[in-house]
Design a protein around this ligand. Structure first.
Ligand code: 13P
Ligand code: SF4
Length: 308
């Protein structure tokens, strides 16, 4: 797509957003041109908070299905559009509500903390939600005497376990992209850039996180790079993050730990799809009321946890 057609589509989107009293939220992994037209780009936590606070009647969610569902859980009266309905999160599909119910029967005392990367049905079976930005704080909010079950990401759970004194067991799920980043690969990139700071997402394997100076959410990385005096950073997460990192820090150099870490679902939404969704006010994501009310309890309990 040429620069002109990008700009034309962006202008059409901005015009329709205004006309429809809508906002467009984009995750930090979205295509650059989609991030650039958004009212807010952010990590999962920031986007959930923004969805819960907006006065807009329509939210165009440029991200994946669980994010649009979270917005629907928080804002039942708004129209939540997910421009490409097949944009999902393979990790969220690694646990079903029925599987979680079965696990809860095995662990009746456990407090269930589910990553926001889960379906609304799984959230409805959970006590609390968490994101990569607040998992440690959420775990610390649970009574020390109680066992915790974290789903579905084993890597986020092991990271949380390491940084808290809680009794944490976990589901065997993982992000195919983050889990594919290897120690060998990171060591090779570190050797090529010996002065670079390595920032990794907690969805990476524990042995990869061992090599990182810091583990943090996608927006955590943007804030960290902006505050740091360092000039070079190796980035251990999905490559879409390189756009907001470079945009916010034009004088700094960001090296992907692995350029193949590309989440295909996060790349499904282009400007054309976003525009079409706004024109037709579909595809809509709406969580059924019975599930929504239970899931909202877990999301609200997460949002009540103070992070900073
Ligand atoms: P963040 O919450 O850090 O944005 O991550 C979401 C995600 O899907 C990571 O793969
Ligand atoms: Fe899911 Fe991984 Fe894609 Fe994030 S990067 S949406 S966890 S598959």
């Amino acid at each position: 797509m040429g620069d002109n057609s990008v700009r034309t589509l962006q202008e059409k989107i901005r015009g329709l957003l205004y006309k429809r009293n809508a906002i467009l939220l984009a995750h930090n992994y979205q295509l650059p041109e989609v991030q650039d037209v958004a009212d807010l780009c952010g990590d999962s936590l920031e986007l959930s908070i923004k969805a819960s606070e907006t006065d807009a009647e329509v939210i165009v969610f440029c991200g994946v299905h669980f994010m649009a569902e979270t917005a629907s859980i928080l804002c039942p009266d708004k129209k939540i559009l997910l421009p490409v309905s097949s944009a999902g999160c393979p990790m969220a599909d690694m646990i079903t509500a029925e599987q979680l119910r079965e696990k809860k029967r095995e662990m009746p005392d456990a407090v269930v903390i589910s990553y926001v990367n889960t379906t609304a049905e799984v959230k409805a079976e959970s006590d609390l939600c968490c994101t990569s930005a607040n998992a440690i704080h959420v775990a610390n909010s649970v009574d020390k005497a109680l066992p915790i079950l974290m789903t579905p990401d084993k890597n986020l759970a092991r990271y949380t376990k390491k940084h808290t004194d809680r009794k944490i067991s976990y589901w065997d799920g993982y992000c195919v992209y983050h889990n594919s980043l290897t120690v060998e690969r990171v060591k090779k990139v570190k050797k090529a850039y010996p002065n670079a700071v390595f920032l990794a997402h907690p969805e990476c394997r524990p042995e990869v996180l061992e090599l990182a100076e810091e583990a943090m959410s996608t927006s955590g990385m943007i804030a960290y790079a902006a505050d740091s005096d360092q000039r070079e950073f190796i980035i251990g997460t999905e490559t879409g993050i390189l756009h907001p990192l470079s945009k916010a820090n034009p004088d700094k150099h960001f090296i992907p730990a692995d350029p193949n870490m590309i989440c295909t679902d996060m790349k499904k939404t282009g400007l054309k799809e976003a525009l079409l969704a706004l024109e037709n006010l579909e595809p809509e994501v709406k969580v059924p009321e019975e599930i929504r009310v239970k899931a909202k309890n877990a999301v609200d309990r997460m949002l009540a946890v103070r992070v900073r």
